[in-house]
Design a protein around this ligand. Structure first.
Ligand SMILES: [Zn+2]
Length: 489
């Protein structure tokens, strides 16, 4: 149970780096990142004091101002960039009552962009449809029309399971809409009574009440239903909803001295779901991005190219902040040498996802050679859908996503247990050094051979990696086809 980085640990790391002759800027930066910094205090302020930061809420606004102040205090140039969020959604309360063969109040939480109910709640019979496969829905036939369907899930233990969860939900919600059910109740994929919040698979176009029920409570319902008992569910979801509104990305910048118009960018999303305090997702990496900017400034590092530090907003709801950046900075995108996202908690960085671009993988490998003692490293040359690299990737910009050990990312992911004490602070320090040296490598390259891809090249990447499947699961496919989200022909 890690609560603080031991000073002995920092000292050991620090000495092992100081003992390497610090003859390069990279060595100095790495030593600074591994030494004592404010990264832990920043994480505490953002997560414990500001707390969960759903885009559009007061806490999110506080987080924006906090991020601006952090860059300013560090002497880093900063501005906030406005963009429009499509619609406001936040849960005020979500409760449920089971009646019939048993009477109890299961723990529930709505999925984001769930439809709300009136104050009397929405009542219907609860019917178990197994895992909600195509066969399960076919077998259920007409009897689930206007009923709540209860979906069994497996417990989430690794990242692969998370992507499966997203894919399955997209298909299940499609079947549920076709079957005219009253709403979908997912068994929580987290143990015991833990709840988490995921996005409705159709995002803000969702038309159904969707909730997650505590695993223990859902299992109890299923045992009763399997024995032939009948259950009714009364669901009461009170929401704050509204139309389009303005939100902000926070963009810090250290200007390059030789090629200031060429940009290397690192980003992490500032927003979170509101259940926990968004610590592993993604407060720890917001703190990491800020700390890299701070240490570079403290050391007086002036890279050849400009380095931008982005705290994205609206990521959880629609990846809207980074999308807006790619629209607002469209004319500059040819000059974005590489962008990186870091969004898989505080598991140790073991390399980068390099987006099916061998030339980028090769250069990233060289970048990681500057920190071999923090390895071993191995990149995975595959594209990633589901975080802030997405719109850059679709615009053909060379993009990296930090590849991280799962650690406890899955068990707390989007969960009420995603709090400060779950962050692995030792890894966070090491990760900050790895990411900082990688950024500096790209910002100081003598010659850049990485090129922005045209639409045909992006299309080829999509085909070669079968990216259509996750793009459809995240509802991005149409946007790519109609040119609203991605490189224009
Ligand atoms: Zn995230």
């Amino acid at each position: 149970m890690l609560k603080h980085v031991s000073s002995l640990f920092i000292l050991t790391l620090f000495i092992s780096f100081v003992s390497i002759v610090q003859n390069s800027e990279t060595d100095k930066l790495v030593a600074a990142m591994l030494g004592h910094t404010q990264i832990q205090d920043d994480l505490h302020e953002l997560c414990d004091k500001i707390g969960g930061r759903v885009t559009g809420t007061e806490a999110n606004t506080k987080a924006i101002e906090w991020g601006i102040k952090k860059f300013k205090d560090a002497g880093v140039g900063v501005k906030k960039e406005a963009f429009q969020m499509p619609s406001l959604w936040d849960e005020k309360s979500c409760t449920a009552e089971i009646s019939g063969a048993s009477n109890f109040s299961p723990r529930v939480v709505s999925r984001a962009f769930s439809i709300g109910t009136n104050s009397a709640g929405l009542e219907a019979e609860l019917i178990s449809v197994g895992y909600g496969t195509d066969n399960d829905f076919k077998n259920a036939g007409d009897k689930i029309k206007d009923k709540f369907v209860l979906i069994t899930t497996d417990e989430l233990t690794e990242l692969g399971g998370l992507f499966k969860e997203y894919n399955d939900a997209h298909e299940i919600e499609g079947r549920a809409i076709a079957a005219n059910v009253k709403g979908v109740i997912y068994m929580s994929s987290r143990p015991k009574k833990l709840l988490f919040r995921h996005l409705a698979s159709r995002g803000y176009n969702n038309t159904l009440p969707l909730v997650v029920m505590a695993r223990d409570d859902a299992s109890r319902c299923i045992r009763i239903l399997d024995k032939g008992g009948k259950l009714n569910l009364n669901l009461n979801i009170e929401l704050t909803t509204g139309g389009s509104y303005t939100s902000y990305n926070v963009i810090g910048e250290i200007k390059g001295i030789e090629k200031p118009d060429e940009i290397v960018l690192i980003g992490a999303h500032l927003d979170s779901w509101g259940m926990g305090t968004g610590a592993n997702d993604n407060g720890c990496n917001v703190s990491l991005v800020i700390d890299i900017a701070r240490q570079m400034t403290l050391l007086g590092i002036r890279p050849k190219r400009t380095i931008r530090f982005a705290l994205w907003n609206g990521e959880e709801q629609c990846i809207c902040g980074s999308y807006a950046y790619t629209q607002q900075h469209e004319k500059e995108l040819d000059k974005h040498i590489v962008i990186a996202s870091i969004d898989i908690g505080s598991g140790k960085v073991t390399g980068f996802f390099t987006g099916h671009r061998p030339e980028l993988e090769a250069e990233t490998k060289k970048a990681l050679e500057t920190v071999t003692s923090l390895g071993p490293f191995e990149n995975a040359d595959v594209p990633i859908v589901g975080t802030d690299n997405y719109d850059f990737m679709m615009q053909g910009v060379p993009n990296l996503v930090g590849m991280q050990e799962g650690a406890n990312y899955c068990s707390d992911y989007h969960c009420e247990s995603d709090t400060y004490d779950k962050v692995n602070l030792q890894n966070l320090k090491i990760n900050s050094a790895i990411v900082a040296s990688t950024l500096l490598h790209f910002a100081n390259l003598d010659k850049v051979t990485l090129k922005r891809q045209n639409r045909n090249e992006v299309q080829k990447m999509i085909e070669e990696t079968k990216l259509e499947v996750p793009m459809k699961a995240f509802e991005y496919w149409e946007g790519w086809l109609d040119g609203t989200r991605g490189r224009k022909p």
